[in-house]
Design a protein around this ligand. Structure first.
Ligand SMILES: [Zn+2]
Length: 228
């Protein structure tokens, strides 16, 4: 077993299925190599349908699907923050919430959406990306959130920040060994998939194209930032 460089990974994503689509192969690989990975889904995902299903039902369905997807990747735990889908903002309260979670789980690595994409990206993704970065800082510096320190929830330094789906990636993970797990996890999001075969094809093509950038058979691409 090649030991994972990362031992304790916390993944903040806006919606159910974002973690699998952006980093599913890497998450499975980190787990296979001994890391503990937790995912945090920030919205309730209740806008993600074109069918006539009530929003609360959709949240229920998507959370069940997410737990099945997490299991397929070997994720230890998945938290649902249930903020309103499509209305997430990088507020002080949201950053504090993420900082609290970071101080609690003490990850060496935080993964989030890249908030600085030069083209269209979902506003919830931008909000999570920005709030996760600030959450890492708020968790690190003890003069932020003194009430947590006072309550015994100490400051925590995260070594590495990884952004998914960056347009100028500087970090590539070979997922040729875990592509099956990634596909199984994506397919667990049944309410979001209309044609599983074409989804699988698209995921494979994307992985091969990403791999080409780094001379790998299949890859996921990221921006990595080492924090001091
Ligand atoms: Zn999303």
């Amino acid at each position: 077993m090649i030991r994972s460089e990362f031992k304790n990974v916390l993944v903040f994503m806006a919606h159910h299925d974002d973690a699998e689509l952006g980093a599913g192969g890497s998450i499975a690989r980190w787990v296979e190599n001994g890391a503990v990975v937790r995912t945090v889904i920030c919205t309730n995902g209740d806008k993600g349908t074109k069918n006539n299903i009530p929003p609360y039902k959709l949240t229920e369905t998507r959370e069940k699907e997410q737990l099945a997807a997490s299991k397929a990747l070997g994720v230890k735990e998945t938290l649902f923050l249930r903020h309103r889908d499509g209305e997430l903002e990088d507020t002080r309260a949201f950053r504090n919430q993420l900082a609290f979670i970071i101080r609690h789980f003490k990850p060496d690595t935080v993964v989030a959406h890249d908030p600085w994409l030069p083209h269209y990206s979902h506003p919830d993704h931008q909000a999570v990306g920005h709030a996760a970065f600030k959450g890492v800082i708020y968790a690190r510096d003890h003069h932020f959130l003194p009430e947590l320190t006072y309550a015994g929830i100490e400051a925590h330094h995260t070594n590495t920040l990884i952004y998914t789906r960056s347009t100028e990636p500087n970090y590539f993970i070979d997922i040729s060994g875990t592509i099956q797990k990634k596909i199984r996890a994506i397919k667990a999001h049944k309410s979001q998939i209309h044609n599983p075969r074409s989804t699988e094809k698209r995921v494979r093509i994307r992985a091969v194209e990403a791999g080409r950038l780094a001379g790998l058979p299949m890859a996921e691409t990221f921006t990595i930032k080492r924090l001091r």
